[in-house]
Write a protein that binds this ligand. Structure first.
Ligand SMILES: O=C(O)CCC(=O)C(=O)O
Ligand SMILES: [Fe+2]
Length: 321
């Protein structure tokens, strides 16, 4: 069956089958839109299943990611993102602080985006070449194929988001054109037995962009702030993505759709690997309050801003601490 949302219990996030978005029957597509609306106005988080990304590609991405992080520090440092003008490449452990006032995050990462040669005219924020390990036959093709597939999936989900808001299905077409997407490989070492106060894999934060599609291994550790201010464990479901809405969608909808706090505490005792894909849209696209998201007499809470300016501001905030 297409397009079900299962609200299992208050401590579980809904599971949405998104294959209905590919149906030739508008009613099937709208049913997914309706399920998305419930999730977006409630927790702002859901599991996405029946997404069509081949399991073989997912397995290859996780295997290549594990192999990359297992390399000696000196090799990883050669690809440090500090060497990149566009935030691509390796991010060492404790490099980012997502939650102000806490110790830096216990994670290391690797950033990949659209691979544009240096010197391409008109490069903007976070646009340019990737940094690739030169001695791995599998890493680059796996990541490149996965990045392309995730852009397609994110665009399909944006059709569903449009339907959920009562807009034309292709309302976000210009937003999805040449999107400023980021694939982020993450490795969380086990939480130490004696963590510093507030030390976590990833401090509590909201995501910056549009949709985030998170692939996680079986370790667990992702926690989502529920509407009642309890932390909900986003327990791994094999074959699923955990999808959440970033700040741009909250801005767009005047907070009708939630950009929800989340964090990672890796208490599994083992290394945890995850791969969030951030779909942030066309750099020049202006995010402003959507039609239908203002009641009579209500004013927008947020000023219009371009995707690019919004992202620049958010990067400065979390890497400047
Ligand atoms: O690794 C995870 O489960 C979440 C990562 C995350 O929230 C992020 O990178 O923004
Ligand atoms: Fe996040």
């Amino acid at each position: 069956m297409h397009a079900q949302a299962r609200h299992v219990s208050r401590d579980r996030l809904p599971v949405i089958q998104v294959s209905g978005l590919c149906s030739s029957d508008l009613a099937q597509r709208q049913a997914v839109g309706d399920a998305l609306r419930n999730a977006c106005t409630d927790t702002g988080f859901f599991y996405c299943v029946d997404h069509g990304i081949p399991q073989g590609l997912i397995d290859a991405v996780l295997a290549e990611s594990r192999a990359f992080f297992a390399r000696p520090a000196a090799e990883k440092d050669l690809l440090d993102k500090a060497r990149s003008p566009c935030n691509r490449g390796y991010e060492p452990l404790r490099n980012q602080t997502l939650e102000a006032g806490t110790p830096p995050d216990l994670k290391e990462g690797f950033y990949i985006g659209e691979d544009l040669p240096a010197g391409t005219p008109g490069l903007g924020f976070n646009q340019g070449p990737n940094q690739w390990p030169s001695d791995s036959a599998g890493f680059r093709p796996a990541m490149t194929a996965y990045f392309a597939a995730m852009n397609v999936l994110a665009e399909r989900l944006m059709h569903g988001i449009a339907l959920s808001l009562g807009l034309d299905e292709d309302y976000f077409e210009r937003f999805c054109l040449r999107p400023l997407s980021t694939l982020r490989l993450l490795h969380y070492p086990p939480q130490p037995p004696d963590p510093l106060p507030g030390e976590k894999g990833c401090g509590a934060h909201t995501d910056f962009g549009g949709l985030t599609l998170l692939l996680q291994d079986a370790s667990g550790g992702l926690q989502v702030r529920g509407p009642d201010d309890q932390w909900i464990h986003a327990t791994p479901i094999p074959g699923s993505y955990v999808v959440n809405l970033g700040d741009m969608i909250a801005r767009w909808t005047n907070d009708r759709y939630r950009s929800t706090l989340h964090r990672v505490v890796n208490t599994s005792g083992a290394d945890r690997y995850s791969v969030p894909f951030f779909h942030s849209g066309n750099p020049d696209y202006v995010i402003s309050c959507l039609p239908g998201c203002l009641a009579a007499g209500e004013t927008p809470k947020y000023a219009p801003i371009t995707v690019q300016d919004h992202l620049r501001e958010m990067y400065q905030r979390t890497y400047g601490r």
